[in-house]
Design a protein around this ligand. Structure first.
Ligand code: PMP
Length: 395
């Protein structure tokens, strides 16, 4: 799904830098390239040296439930949550995945695989709409006999049977804070905290749920390393997840783990030295970037006759110690009367977003990434401004 203008070359730098006014802006995925300038600023601090004889084994720690997790990465993850204060890591197993995408699938297996060989009815999986569009896709791809997608959690009738609710907070696509909405007693809840980091939202408490998912992709922006982790209370669930990952990929790349250790270490050092070297606080840097983008977007749509944006409350953030704005990773646009298909309308402006239907809601909504590189973001704003002017001039 990469836009031609952002295709990376083999060494990771961009092949083309010019964006013509004719090119379609690929803002339909949440590729987090917005954070590249911070890591460029870090220079060689995050370089890692891996020798030919390093990291050759499948194993990292045979005594750990998640035997392919490098102990240094487990420590780095705990340190990161300690520095940010967004999750409790005590008395939990860390299960590592190739992105949290793989962990989500490992959880579907771990929470539904029957103890006996006789399969029961597929377990319903729900999430309140608008929900992350990949949930139904991941659940339905295999037509599994273990679980099935049952749609919007708000309209789900649980009838006393087992179910899984996925809670994504702050929510992709609309940035809202979410809690579980189904009230059954046979439900298991997966908390997807991909965006529960200070650049997007206030850290209001250390999350303390039984099953929580996090990803490096949306925290530091290193989506290409494909590192995600689950914090899981129940040992049996953590073991089953590990079994799933062993069968699907026999673990997670050690090179990626080593890089993640380095990046997380540099990030934490920068936060802990806060005040001494201000600009090395990643979350301060990235919050400022997001705040500037949101300000530009709100300004561009202030008098728009095409779109509206929802408002988010300010909340007290334990990390910054201030009342902070919510700065979601996506703009969730609602088209005004007369525009029935928001995404189609955006396409006319050569902006590729993702339409409301993919998230289980009306096509008057569309999602556009706020995490692109600077030049793409500026083009996005320019095109919105031109559309607004065009309409007010009667074109
Ligand atoms: N959950 C949500 C809500 C997401 O938006 C994403 C990435 N778009 C993921 C999970 C998965 O991220 P990754 O596989 O890169 O860890």
């Amino acid at each position: 799904p990469l836009n031609k203008t952002s295709l990376p070359s083999a060494n990771g730098t961009r092949t083309t830098t010019t964006l013509s006014s004719n090119s379609v802006l690929a803002l339909n995925t949440g590729d987090p390239t917005v954070f590249e300038p911070f890591w460029q600023k870090m220079g060689d601090k995050c370089d890692v040296l891996i020798r030919g004889s390093d990291l050759m084994s499948y194993y990292s720690d045979k005594n750990n439930v998640c035997w392919f997790l490098e102990p240094e990465l487990g420590d780095a993850i705990k340190r990161l949550h300690g520095v940010v204060g967004n999750a409790v890591t005590d008395d939990r197993h860390i299960v590592l995945g190739t992105g949290s995408t793989q962990l989500f699938q490992a959880l579907l297996y771990a929470l539904t695989a029957p103890a006996a060989s006789e399969p029961d009815e597929p377990v319903s999986v729900v999430s309140s709409a608008p929900y992350y569009s990949l949930y139904p896709e991941m659940i339905e791809i295999l037509h599994s006999g273990l679980y099935k997608w049952a749609g919007d959690a708000y309209t789900f009738n649980e009838d006393g049977g087992p179910y899984i609710e996925v809670v994504n907070s702050p929510n992709n696509p609309d940035g809202t804070h979410r809690e579980a909405v189904v009230n059954g007693d046979k439900g298991k809840v997966i908390y997807d905290f991909a965006y529960y980091w200070p650049q997007y939202t206030a850290i209001t408490s250390a999350a303390d749920h039984d099953i929580m998912l996090f990803t490096l992709s949306k925290c530091t922006g290193h989506a290409g390393s494909r590192i995600g982790w689950a914090l899981v209370k129940d040992k049996d669930i953590a073991e089953k997840m590990t079994d799933y990952i062993a069968i699907s990929s026999i673990g997670v790349s050690k090179e990626s783990q080593v890089r993640a250790v380095k990046v997380i270490g540099v990030l934490c050092d920068g936060c802990e030295n806060d005040g001494l070297v201000e600009s090395e606080n990643f979350f301060e840097f990235s919050r400022n970037l997001m705040a500037k983008r949101w300000q530009k977007l709100r300004e561009a749509l202030k008098h728009s006759e095409c779109f509206t944006l929802s408002k988010h409350p300010r909340q007290h953030c334990l990390f910054t110690g201030e009342f902070t704005k919510t700065l979601p990773a996506f703009a969730w646009l609602k088209s005004k009367e007369g525009i029935e298909d928001c995404n189609e309308f955006l396409r006319g402006l050569k902006i590729a977003g993702r339409g409301g239907k993919a998230f289980g809601v009306d096509p008057i909504f569309a999602r556009v990434s706020m995490l692109s590189r600077e030049d793409e973001f500026n083009q996005f704003i320019e095109r919105l401004v031109v559309a607004t002017k065009g309409i007010s001039n009667g074109h």
